[in-house]
Design a protein around this ligand. Structure first.
Ligand code: IVH
Length: 666
């Protein structure tokens, strides 16, 4: 295969994974199973491993966490907050160990085994001995400023012994102790409040409060597991000595860490804690193994988002048994009929599971899952609960084989099955459930971002027949909105201005919002960069589309079929007539000389604009953009997961700013 065709395959996998990431993380509406997703992800990882020169920081394999939220001030981390690579069995562990032994040219070095705490990663900065900044990991480079909330944790000293002009960045995991989690949740229920689903969400929700007084009342604690940048602080030679010192300074260091120097000892530590994890008063999801010597850590370095000198060995996913009471069908926004299981509620790993996806009819048949069956359920980390299969020994004869309905449960139209697709579809474009999910997608943050238009309001608008297509949103009147339950003068005016504001979104938001199958924000961005206005897409055939990197046959076909539908053409014409922006590059580039004489470099994944949009914004305001950081660089615009330019800019003391800060300069 040529580099070009491999690149194309890689781009196409990246676009598909981005598409499913958005479905899963933002829309809670996954069309594929976790194992299908893992297969795509591994396929991409393998291709990237085989062709490392084709790896890009934008790849989903290279990203850490989620972007910081707007409500909090941003903190640029002094050094990136990395993630950890994972192994799941002894064979993978041995492979990691022999790789690093080879790189170190040594097969007997000390490592520290630690528990992997399941909470929220934080960075705490002490300057001249005083706690000055506390932040979340965010995207690894920029986090959220939660200083006052961190200060409410009893195990975080506000001052440590330290000399003048010193700085230390301390890294740890904030968690919620299990006994306190249970009593806190009971209290919430008594007060009629929604209980938290698990200790990790409690920790995260409690720490990311705008009011520190709320955080102070929450049951939180912290384990410190390492340090980032230090200036003017006595440097120890090993990680374990540093933790000893931190302990002497009043930090909470977990007592179960252990120095070892062989894979066998790691396997023993892992086996012990897999058995004993339930005896702890905090959740752990595995162990972490770290090379102890800093000198050796430096030799090993990091690849993309993960250090080579540390690895997480994750515990096997927790499996439970419960009864499947009913099989329901959800109609997704693309019309796919998604079967799901209604379960006898069961707690797995601190979360009460009531529903689980059943993927598709074929999967139900293959696993022979029947209504009234007892089923094995598995949930690990963030993953949607999976039904592994029926517990055959528990069958009583009362189980019923499930068959797919012949009509859509939402609109009673006949349903269709295409030969090349496992899903069944309702193809009625007026199907209410499909439309509701489509609208939820249309107004979401990555699409038209219409704030104040929640799912309840969407439902009322549909029920009162005020919304029959997304374009109807732009014709809603004050009187119509205020007639909805719960709306007053102020909320009505706010919603009207959000709707009006959304007309000015960049073209890629509108393309994403249309809900074309396989067209998520990455592909929308790519398309909008290559057209003048949305009508150009009507002219593009399959071969023109597949010529773009990142667009494979499947995506191209989906785009072509969308733009050849008369009703879709009519709806897009209506958007235009109602004043919704259909042009690319129509924003912000007010010509000015405000950036005259300034040189910019861009690194990392940008959230709100494409790289070329930024280039044209900077150029049309008098600035210059170059590809490398040097002494003449005035600003580095850092997006998520930046590369070596970030480190270089730090070394050269170049101002590092976010996308938003550049826009504010304008
Ligand atoms: S060390 C460069 N040690 O796991 C290594 N992380 O998946 C950075 N975590 O972001 C992390 N327990 O939030 C380390 N003993 C431990 C940990 C730990 C939990 C979390 C941490 C990190 C995530 C990576």
């Amino acid at each position: 295969m040529t580099d070009e065709s491999i690149n194309k395959q890689i781009d196409s996998l990246r676009s598909l994974i981005e598409f499913y990431n958005i479905q899963y993380y933002q829309l809670n509406d996954s069309e594929i199973s976790d194992s299908e997703y893992d297969k795509l992800f591994n396929e991409l990882k393998t291709l990237e491993d085989l062709h490392p020169h084709l790896v890009s920081p934008q790849s989903p394999t290279q990203k850490v966490g989620s972007p910081p939220l707007d409500q909090f001030a941003k903190v640029n981390h002094k050094s990136p907050m990395l993630s950890l690579g994972n192994v799941f069995d002894n064979e993978q562990l041995e492979a990691w160990y022999s790789r690093i032994s080879r790189l170190l040219d040594d097969d007997s070095f000390e490592m520290q085994c630690e528990l992997k705490f399941d909470g929220l990663a934080v960075s705490i900065i002490y300057e001249n001995g005083s706690l000055t900044t506390g932040s979340t990991r965010g995207n690894g480079i920029i986090g959220e400023n939660i200083t006052n909330n961190i200060k409410t944790l009893k195990n975080v000293p506000h001052n440590i012994k330290s000399s003048n002009n010193s700085l230390i960045d301390i890294r740890g995991e904030v968690y919620c102790p299990l006994d306190q989690f249970h009593s806190f949740n009971k209290q919430r229920e008594l007060q009629g409040l929604q209980p938290y689903s698990n200790p990790r969400n409690t920790a995260s929700g409690s720490l990311r409060q705008l009011d520190p007084e709320i955080t102070a009342k929450r049951p939180l604690d912290i384990f410190i597991y390492g340090i980032g940048t230090t200036i003017g602080i006595h440097e120890y030679e090993t990680h374990s000595e540093t933790l000893d010192w931190l302990k002497s300074q009043g930090f909470n260091i977990n007592e179960h860490r252990k120095i070892i120097n062989s894979v066998v000892e790691i396997a023993d530590y892992y086996a012990y804690w897999t058995e004993m994890r339930n005896s702890l008063n905090y959740d752990t999801d595995g162990i972490v193994i770290k090379v102890d010597s800093y000198q050796k850590q430096n030799v090993l370095g990091a690849v993309a988002r993960e250090p080579r000198w540390a690895i997480a060995y994750k515990y096997p996913a927790k499996t439970e048994i419960t009864k499947l009471i009913q099989i329901g069908i959800n109609v997704g926004r693309t019309g796919s009929l998604n079967p799901f299981a209604e379960l006898d509620p069961i707690a797995i790993g601190g979360v009460t599971v009531k529903n689980a996806t059943l993927h598709n009819y074929e999967d139900i048949q293959k696993k022979d899952i029947r209504v009234n069956d007892f089923v094995y359920i598995r949930r690990s980390g963030d993953v949607i609960p999976q039904i592994l299969g029926p517990v055959l020994e528990k069958r009583t004869g009362n189980e019923q084989v499930f068959t797919m309905p012949t009509e859509c449960p939402s609109c009673n139209s006949q349903i269709y099955k295409y030969s090349d697709d496992v899903n069944y579809y309702c193809i009625n474009s007026e199907c209410p459930d499909q439309f509701e999910n489509h609208l939820i997608h249309f107004v979401s943050k990555n699409c038209m971002d219409i704030r104040g238009l929640g799912e309840e309001t969407i439902r009322s608008l549909i029920n009162s027949k005020l919304l029959n297509t997304p374009a109807d949103l732009y014709e809603l009147t004050f009187d119509q909105i205020i007639s909805l339950e719960g709306f007053k003068q102020l909320s009505t005016n706010n919603l009207i201005s959000s709707i009006q504001e959304s007309k000015q979104r960049p073209l890629y938001s509108l393309i994403s919002a249309l809900g074309i199958k396989f067209v998520g924000s990455e592909v929308s961005n790519l398309l909008s960069r290559n057209i003048n206005n949305i009508f150009d897409l009507f002219e593009m055939n399959e071969s023109k589309l597949t010529a773009f990197p990142g667009i494979g046959e499947k995506i191209a076909l989906s785009i072509c079929s969308y733009f050849s539908n008369d009703n879709n053409i009519y709806q897009i014409t209506r958007f235009r007539d109602l004043g919704v922006n259909i042009y690319s590059n129509n924003t912000i580039e007010n010509q000015s000389n405000i950036l005259l004489g300034l040189t910019f470099v861009i690194t990392g994944r940008l959230e709100n604009h494409t790289r070329s949009e930024f280039e044209s914004i900077i150029n049309s305001n008098g600035g210059k953009i170059t590809s490398n950081v040097s002494n003449v660089t005035n600003f580095l615009i850092a997006g998520a997961d930046p590369g070596s330019k970030f480190t270089k800019a730090k070394e050269l003391n170049v101002n590092i700013i976010t996308e938003q800060e550049l826009l504010e300069m304008l």
